[in-house]
Design a protein around this ligand. Structure first.
Ligand code: HEM
Length: 529
């Protein structure tokens, strides 16, 4: 009795010290302002904000009140400082376990990998295929712009303009970018064709809508969720899993088609399966070199599928939401549409549709303007940058884990030193892009801010611009996204004006990656005379 009382008291003292006294008074984090009065002791508040879909705004609000660094939980910080980004998103911090949930088919991919070494090995396998110079000079990219954006998308818009029937741009922007990224990966002959295949397009969108807003329990409490599921208690509808499986089957189908098409050549438009070939060859040669654990055929296949499925996920919603927000904003500004068109007409040749039959450099036979000429148009660039600033597709926190401090270079963030190893530290584009000193009137969409800025102001804006993240884990598809977005905007606004018919769904959700709350942006296209 006496012994157990002593044991109980020691245990109670130990727990009080570890979970109350240490985080409250002795942790190096205890002097950092707390986002909520419970934040020194518990993650409960921030988890609740996440559950309610208010996390980005709640963190932003805390930064506005308390400054560039706030404590979200006993071992969790948020920072809002361009200087701190250089420390946290350097090659010393690993990703947080949060990312592991993005593995597909039980296999990790570049995005889901936590540690730097395996990630660096994986990233190297992609060589330079996503670099700006190789994309800008790629004949495949040129052929895809021609086939998908000119030959497939423009006729759809032309038809809608001629008939005067509005179209849902959320649906078509999703279609054009799914077709583009899957064609770049697998070749246009093996990819999705959502622009033409309305049944497949609608099924995909319906499945994506069904999964929207789910995933909280599995991500926050994976063990609890799977234990309860074994007992037949589902925290999220069980059909969500089968919906995800159906979504992922699409990638396996495209891989099968790509493998098969190597054997039997088809007629019709064909392009190289750039990403698939690069990754498959690199994976095969690296697995042949490692005699310890050569990959089995099925593991190799799932590894390819996990990686390429992730590029499809990462490259579809992000770009299509950006296009939808850009067109939404431009539709409010007919004056800006005219200025943009004047700039686009200066391209050589302009992307006129339908192409004039007399023109020698017709866009239909790939007389497209050079990608770098489109890239260097200042107004188009300003319009896109401003959209990515105000509506970044990944507005939420990108969590990293503080490494053990090295005596020669201790970790110091926003003036606080000795950040303990294992502390979860994150920044979010939502707040970085709303710094009023750098982006005055941050809630307004003002492309002019990028045009009128001096070089010094522009450099400062770029230091805070974080739509694609930064450091070694920055978006690998950023150059591809910019090319795809600029080309579609150029192709559309050279030929048409847009007017809003229904935009009730456009409020941006509050989550890690976030698009419009609904699936509808109805626009009326009119042919420019
Ligand atoms: C407007 C379009 C896009 C935006 C705003 C965007 C944004 C981002 C951001 C912020 C990250 C870092 C996320 C984090 O660490 O938490 C990221 C990573 C990534 N993105 Fe993108 N992305 C876009 C388009 C694309 C495209 C077209 C691809 C196609 C390949 C792509 C592939 C990836 C991959 C593979 C990663 C993981 C990189 C790594 O961990 O090394 N993204 N993206």
């Amino acid at each position: 009795m006496g012994l157990s009382l002593i044991f109980g008291s020691v245990l109670l003292l130990f727990l009080s010290y570890k979970f109350v006294i240490l985080p409250l008074f002795f942790s190096p984090l205890s002097t950092i302002p707390k986002a909520h009065f419970t934040s020194h002791l518990s993650n409960g508040w921030i988890i609740l904000q996440r559950y309610r879909g208010r996390e980005n705004r709640a963190i932003h609000n805390a930064h506005q009140r308390l400054g560039p660094i706030v404590r979200l939980g006993p071992k969790a910080l948020s920072v809002n400082s361009a200087d701190a980004l250089k420390v946290i998103y350097s090659d010393r911090f690993d990703k947080d376990e949060f990312y592991a949930a993005f593995a597909n088919y039980g296999q990790p991919n570049m995005f889901s990998m936590i540690q730097r070494k395996p990630h660096a090995d994986r990233k190297r396998m992609f060589g330079s295929i996503y670099s700006k110079s190789s994309l800008q000079s790629s004949s495949v990219i040129r052929d895809l712009c021609q086939e998908l954006m000119v030959a497939r998308l423009l006729p759809i818009i032309e038809k809608s303009a001629v008939k005067g029937s509005p179209i849902n741009m959320i649906e078509y922007s999703s279609a054009v970018y799914m077709d583009f990224i899957s064609s770049f990966i697998f070749g246009v002959q093996n990819s999705a064709n959502f622009l033409y295949d309305s049944e497949a397009r609608k099924a995909w969108l319906a499945r994506r809508t069904l999964t929207k807003g789910y995933g909280f329990w599995g991500m926050e409490f994976p063990l609890l969720t799977s234990w309860l599921a074994r007992l037949g208690i589902h925290l999220e509808p069980p059909e969500i899993n089968s919906t995800w499986d159906a979504i992922k089957d699409l990638c396996l189908e495209m891989i099968q088609k790509t493998e098969k098409s190597k054997e039997d050549l088809k007629s019709g438009v064909q392009t190289k399966s750039v990403v698939y070939d690069q990754f498959f060859n690199q994976l095969s040669s690296s697995s042949d070199k490692t005699s310890l654990s050569p990959l089995s055929e099925s593991t190799r296949r799932l590894t390819v599928a996990s990686e390429l499925m992730d590029h499809i996920f990462a490259g579809t919603d992000t770009t299509s939401w950006t296009l939808a927000y850009l067109m939404h904003e431009l539709s409010h500004r007919p004056d800006l549409q005219s200025s943009l068109r004047a700039e686009l007409i200066s391209l050589c040749p302009p992307i006129l549709y339908p192409p004039s039959t007399t023109s020698q450099t017709s866009i239909m036979n790939s007389g497209l303007p050079l990608s770098r000429s489109i890239d260097s148009l200042p107004l188009l660039d300003a319009i896109l940058m401003e959209t990515l600033r105000l509506r970044p597709s990944v507005p939420g926190s990108q969590p990293r884990i503080a490494p053990p401090s090295e005596p020669s270079s201790p970790i110091s963030i926003c003036g606080y030193t000795n950040i303990p190893a294992g502390t979860r530290v994150s920044a979010q584009a939502y707040s970085l892009h709303r710094n009023t000193e750098v982006f005055p009137e941050p809630e307004l969409w003002k492309p002019e801010r990028w045009l009128g800025a001096s070089q010094v102001e522009k450099d400062e804006m770029m230091r805070w611009f974080w739509a694609f993240g930064s450091g070694g884990r920055m978006c690998i598809g950023n150059h591809l996204a910019l090319i795809e977005l600029k080309f579609v905007v150029a192709a559309i606004y050279t030929n048409y004006t847009t007017k809003i018919i229904d935009d009730k769904d456009m409020e941006q959700l509050d989550s890690y990656s976030a698009g419009p709350k609904g699936e509808k942006l109805i626009l009326q296209f009119e042919k420019v005379r």
